[in-house]
Ligand binder design. Structure first.
Ligand SMILES: [Zn+2]
Length: 183
């Protein structure tokens, strides 16, 4: 695997070239997201309209499986930006109803974090489906912060300790490769 990062002379921001197809980005892509929780794909395509309620930050399947979207950050210790994944986690029916009640209420930041199981694959972290997560509500207009609490898992360790820029590049490279493969 060849990694490629160079300084863009125009703005001094590192540009980035995908190692699979050569696509060039003006600056290093550090924010990634998935549009659906994995569970979404278990519903046959022709039944999705009927069985799934999908909005930007929530997804309900059959009125009883609840998911919400949050932001999982991995700090990059030797760079001024962090690596960010917009991910989905499950949320219990009780917490989902609380989340909805408090959606426009600034005091929601005082709530206990919501427990959930990760519903997004994070490349280079092995099997990330159903890792233990907590969702910490933020100020109105911002999706919750997602923190891995899966004991001993690399994702938990990296979120706590941060990663190097070199390691971030490896992750970015793998994510872009996978994205370009499917599209
Ligand atoms: Zn590519």
């Amino acid at each position: 695997m060849k990694l490629f990062s160079f300084l863009n002379k125009k703005n001094d921001k590192p540009a980035y070239k995908c190692s699979c197809c050569g696509q060039v980005y003006d600056s290093l892509p550090l924010c990634f997201g998935s549009d659906y929780p994995i569970y979404y794909h278990s519903v046959p395509e022709e039944e999705r309209t009927e069985r799934i309620e999908l909005k930007e930050s929530l997804c309900v399947v059959d009125g009883k499986h609840f998911f919400h979207r949050g932001q999982l950050t991995i700090p990059i210790i030797d760079y001024h930006e962090d690596l960010i994944f917009n991910v989905w986690t499950s949320i219990s029916p009780d917490n989902f109803s609380k989340r909805m009640d408090l959606w426009e209420n600034p005091s929601r930041i005082n709530e206990e974090p919501y427990f959930g199981w990760l519903q997004t694959i994070i490349p280079t972290y092995g099997e990330t489906l159903n890792l233990k997560m907590i969702a910490i509500e933020q100020k109105i207009g911002t999706i919750p912060k997602i923190k891995s609490i899966e004991e001993g898992h690399r994702l938990t360790i990296d979120q706590e300790n941060g990663i190097t820029y070199k390691r971030a590049l490896e992750i970015v490279d793998e994510v872009t490769r996978q994205q370009h493969k499917v599209s």
